[in-house]
Design a protein around this ligand. Structure first.
Ligand code: ZN
Ligand code: ZN
Length: 366
């Protein structure tokens, strides 16, 4: 299978688009013609940090496209199906068996090793073996091989070119609220950082009927968008003390907080603004060694939970179609976060994602 792929060969955001070939699907794999793919901050982190994934590699993990071919053992999908590609998981470890695939024991191998579990690579470029399978997809390409497990069938009347970010960033924010924290109607939440993940959390909190939604950020335009999408209070953390403001407004604190910033101060404030028996979710980090201060007594006396969250505890076959339905019903208008770029302008799109100039860039394969 001939294709064009953006190949990351060093530790910069440069990934020149080159002709490449892609393997045929094996028994449990599907070949997908990528229509469009979102850019997520994990792509930037992997592209610029040595040691996390091998080189050369094709990144991209928010692909959306059309199934072209399926392996002999695939039962869930057929050629012509519209799919959103999401994170991969092994399907056999204890957490996969518990229906919590985002905490799969094999995550390093299935999402970051650039190879199938048997060690084979799926892409050849310039006569050299090239790493694929990034998040079980490597969607910065015109075609991708996914596993049946991480290709999620979606309704055909939804705009496919928009849907890729549901596979990672948006399900992470929305799932944190709806699945991990389990916010119910009438409860309150503070969302620290309203980029793509935080704005998805704000929209999901509104879907769930939150009484109060505090959005904290340092960029005024993002705070304005958060208010448009459902935040009841916008707080510029660079100008005011977000913790004081949330506590003054709620007396005892919010039911839930979510940090999407990986900023030490924001994490500490997110924990401290949670009231009795509430929970704070942590979904971003700077590096494996990052640590933050937790006030033990305050958390103990309030019975607070602090929990890590990956991919919003999504069971993608259930959760992604649900988010598509919310979008189609006008209740999850994530199209307001998006800017489209032609695939050939991937350098500009990566730079805009990195600088924050665009909240959610999507590459159109064309
Ligand atoms: Zn991601
Ligand atoms: Zn697993």
């Amino acid at each position: 299978m001939n294709m064009r792929a953006a190949v990351c060969g060093d530790h910069t955001l440069a990934m020149p688009i080159k002709p490449a070939t892609l393997d045929d699907p094996r028994v449990d794999e599907v070949l997908v013609r990528i229509v469009a793919t979102g850019i997520c901050h994990t792509d930037i982190k992997i592209a610029t940090t040595p040691g996390l994934s091998p080189r050369p590699i094709v990144l991209g993990h928010e692909g959306a496209g059309v199934v072209e071919k399926v392996g002999a053992g695939v039962r869930k999908l057929a050629p012509g199906d519209h799919v959103v590609l999401t994170f991969d998981s092994c399907g056999r470890c204890p957490t996969c068996a518990m229906g919590k695939p985002s905490y799969c024991h094999e995550v390093a191998a299935v999402c970051f090793s650039g190879k199938r579990l048997d060690g084979s690579t799926t892409i050849r470029c310039e006569d050299a073996s090239t790493h694929g399978n990034f998040f079980g997809q490597s969607s910065f390409a015109t075609h991708a091989l996914a596993n049946e497990r991480n290709a999620i069938k979606v309704r055909k009347d939804a705009p496919l070119e928009l849907l890729g970010p549901l596979g990672c960033g948006l399900q992470t924010g929305a799932g944190a609220v709806l699945n991990s924290l389990g916010l119910r109607a009438g409860q309150s939440i503070a969302v620290f950082g309203v980029g793509a993940v935080g704005l998805a959390a704000v929209m999901a909190a509104r879907v769930a009927g939150a009484s109060r939604i505090f959005a904290v950020d340092v960029v005024e335009e993002r705070l304005a968008l958060a208010k448009e999408l459902g935040a009841t209070t916008a707080i510029n953390g660079a100008k005011t003390d977000a913790l004081k403001e949330i506590l003054a407004a709620t007396k005892t604190g919010v039911d839930f907080a979510l940090d999407t910033t990986a900023n030490d101060k924001a994490i500490e404030q997110a924990v401290d603004c949670v009231g009795p028996l509430g929970a704070c979710g942590l979904i971003a980090n700077k590096n494996p060694a990052q640590a933050a201060q937790v006030k033990i007594l305050g958390s103990m006396l309030r019975g607070r939970t602090i929990r890590g969250i990956v991919q919003g505890d999504s069971v993608p076959d259930i959760f992604i179609p649900r988010l598509v339905d919310f979008f189609m019903d006008g209740r999850f208008p994530f199209d307001k976060l998006v800017k489209f770029y032609p695939f050939d302008n991937i350098a500009e799109a990566m730079a805009d994602a990195d600088s924050g100039a665009t909240i959610k860039p999507i590459l159109r394969m064309g």
